[in-house]
Design a protein around this ligand. Structure first.
Ligand SMILES: NC(=O)c1ccc[n+]([C@@H]2O[C@H](COP(=O)([O-])OP(=O)(O)OC[C@H]3O[C@@H](n4cnc5c(N)ncnc54)[C@H](OP(=O)(O)O)[C@@H]3O)[C@@H](O)[C@H]2O)c1
Length: 323
């Protein structure tokens, strides 16, 4: 089968198309023929060797895909060939991927393969940041950093659906309109304005109840400055580098909380909650309340371009590869 491989760590140029053996089916596993493959920021880190999971060279990037089940391994009784699914897996930048049966989400007929591939990581990360790791609702406020990105646009919409007041940050005014369309109450350009000052102004000096931060170094300390009493900052990525170490005793003055989040804690540890949350999000998509913004699709062979585009900070929403 055709797959994207890299034999050395580095920039997008280390990726190339190669013929590799189709994954071998094993007990408890499901072989999926990929129709669409989700691109995540983590894939660019994996390619550089700076992600939590290290590549075993030569390796293939990719953590999710949507397609049809080609075959099921011994012991898999709840899934069968031909079913349309989304999968959390590894090495998904390819024509086929292998996933553990409990990491498969059946796709409703009204969800396209492209939306199916766009959905698992970014939408469920946004959902579980807001409702499992953190909480929000009417009368509460949420600050979503890099709000025009894949996780960001989903988080803005899901926080609005929950009834919160939502602020989003973006690095260019070109991205602001999209975040506004997704329902954000205020959008701040965090490359030209001090976002903490703006948040404090918008909240009459109180600050926000929840901050979703996957940028890290440039935003973490400033975030604590505009976090409300009893507020919660969740650090779930570090696109801009790791923040400086935190002296936790500084949190006491306003009874604030800082925590981390990794989606696999939910998908691997809480499979029932994963499915339940996926079904809730599918229902919201069906009602038109949650819209997945597919920023661009690329042929699988153009994975280099997809990574360049994502790392350039020009992309919005989800990037999808088509095998
Ligand atoms: N913990 C988890 O389980 C989990 C799961 C999914 C994603 N994540 C993290 O969430 C973040 C968003 O992921 P995503 O896949 O949805 O990507 P994305 O938001 O679509 O793209 C990354 C965005 O990060 C912002 N950014 C800030 N500083 C950057 C820098 N120095 N270089 C590049 N981009 C920078 C850019 O938005 P602006 O230009 O508007 O700032 C860029 O568009 C990533 O940090 C990712 O690692 C974590």
């Amino acid at each position: 089968m055709r797959a994207i491989v890299f034999a050395e760590l580095g920039g997008p140029e280390v990726l190339s198309v190669a013929e590799v053996p189709k994954p071998e089916l094993r007990p408890g596993m499901v072989l999926v023929k990929n129709h669409a493959v989700g691109v995540n920021f983590a894939d660019t880190r994996f390619r550089q060797g700076t992600y939590a999971v290290k590549p075993r060279l030569p390796d293939t990037p990719g953590l999710e895909a949507a397609g049809t089940i080609e075959a099921v391994g011994e012991g898999v009784t709840n899934l069968r060939p031909g079913v349309r699914v989304a999968a959390f897996a590894s090495k998904t930048y390819a024509e086929y991927c292998l996933a553990q049966a409990f990491m498969i989400i059946p796709l409703p007929d009204d969800v396209s393969f492209v939306d199916g591939a766009a959905f698992p990581i970014q939408v469920l990360t946004a959902y579980h940041l807001l409702h499992t790791a953190g909480s929000t609702g009417p009368g509460k406020s949420v600050l979503v950093h890099s709000a025009a990105g894949g996780v960001g646009l989903a988080a803005v919409q899901l926080a609005k659906i929950a009834g919160a007041r939502v602020f989003g940050t973006v690095s260019s005014n070109a991205k602001a309109g999209l975040v506004k369309e997704c329902g954000a109450d205020a959008i701040i350009n965090y490359t030209t304005d001090k976002f903490a000052d703006e948040v404090l102004r918008l909240t009459d000096g109180r600050g926000v109840d929840l901050i979703l931060d996957a940028v890290g170094k440039p935003t973490f300390e400033e975030g604590l400055r505009c976090l409300a009493p009893f507020g919660h900052l969740i650090l779930y990525g570090r696109a801009g580098g790791s923040p400086d170490p935190l002296n936790v005793s500084t949190l006491s003055a306003k009874s604030q909380r800082v925590s981390g989040f990794m989606l696999p804690t939910v998908t691997r540890g809480l499979p029932d909650q994963t499915r339940e949350s996926a079904e809730r999000c599918f229902a919201l998509m069906r009602d038109g309340r949650l819209r997945l913004h597919i920023g661009r699709t690329f042929p699988l062979a153009e994975a280099i371009e997809a990574h360049r585009y994502l790392e350039s900070r020009q992309s919005t929403g989800k990037l999808v590869l088509l095998p």
